[in-house]
Write a protein that binds this ligand. Structure first.
Ligand code: NAD
Length: 291
């Protein structure tokens, strides 16, 4: 059996996988591979799957499966797994980091001081305390964010069509309730037809003036040009963003130049601890599927 590690995983993983067979990171050996391990960089399109006639299993280290043509994989008898809940803590912690950094002016504070300026008077902060956080999607990651936001005494409301109730968040009946009530909005939905472009000029119009938005889910849930305009006008007070239309984004991405943005290069899942957890889940899956 040949296991092809196609994207970046913890450096200890290849050694741990050797008990199952040969392990390679040589993408030129795709045609021989029985198992392919990917994160988000490798795109498992029809062409990719057709180039791997021996493939039985694709394992996505992480959550979103939008880089894998699942219907075609199924047609070809290739099983697809992700490491669903392993990344929840890592992404929730980055979400909180962005949610704190934006209203606390951490980045302007740092850059102005590094440039030799002392902007104590200009950089007025806003607290999370007793603000309403609206979660769009409250699955694995949304739940961990809700738990942490409650520790900051935020009032946590959530919209998720799959859930009637939730252990921590107060569920609301429609996404418009989130737009109308939330001081902070954080996205934790997969990229689906129903979520693509859901944050756009018209939904932003329904939000409170000065809302702060955080996106650690998928970039395409937000229409970037509409977000950039809302940041320019101040309708959206700040935007914490980890996810991009492409990794890396094109230099003309309107988010890169928009005001009041704190951005990270798609590192939500990239904690050392998470890469180890993902590795453990992969070993479990291969243990079950290959035996
Ligand atoms: P999950 O499947 O546990 O939860 C997603 C929730 O979204 C589900 O409960 C689902 O019912 C809900 N949902 C679906 N459509 C909705 C809609 N229209 N409105 C509101 N809710 C809706 O997934 P998760 O583990 O919480 O991950 C969420 C997303 O985070 C992933 O799909 C992925 O895109 C993203 N993610 C990003 C990173 C990163 O590095 N930034 C890492 C992991 C995951």
């Amino acid at each position: 059996m040949l296991i092809l590690i196609s994207d970046a995983f913890d450096s200890s993983l290849p050694e741990k996988l050797k008990k199952f067979g040969d392990v390679t990171d040589d993408k030129g050996r795709l045609a021989e591979a029985n198992i392919v391990l990917v994160r988000s960089k490798t795109k498992c399109t029809k062409e990719y799957i057709n180039s791997a006639p021996n493939l039985k299993l694709i394992i996505r280290g992480g959550v979103g499966l939008d880089n894998i043509d699942r219907p075609y994989a199924k047609e070809k008898g290739v099983k697809v797994f992700n490491t669903a809940s392993a990344s929840a803590i890592a992404v929730a912690e980055l979400t909180m980091a962005l949610m704190l950094a934006v209203p606390s002016n951490v980045v302007p504070g740092h850059t102005s001081m590094a440039d030799g300026r002392w902007e104590k008077k200009q950089l007025k902060r806003t607290e999370l305390w007793r603000k309403t956080l609206g979660l769009i999607g409250v699955g694995n990651i949304g739940t961990e964010v809700a738990r942490r936001a409650r520790a900051f005494d935020m009032d946590v409301i959530a919209f998720d069509p799959a859930l009637d109730g939730h252990e921590i968040a107060k569920m609301v009946g429609s996404v418009d309730d989130i737009y109308e009530k939330a001081d902070f909005i954080s996205l934790h939905v997969p990229l689906l037809d129903s979520t693509e472009g859901m944050i756009n000029a018209s939904s932003i119009d329904k939000m409170k003036d000065g809302v702060i938005i955080v996106n650690t889910a998928r970039a395409k849930c937000i229409v970037e040009v509409d977000m950039a305009r809302a940041l320019e006008s101040g309708k959206v007070r700040g935007f914490g963003n980890d996810v991009w239309y492409s990794d890396p984004p094109p230099p003309d991405s309107p988010i890169l130049k928009a005001p009041n943005v704190v951005m990270t290069p798609h590192i939500g899942a990239s904690s050392k601890e998470n890469l180890l957890r993902i590795g453990d889940v992969i070993l479990d899956i291969i243990g079950k599927e290959a035996s």
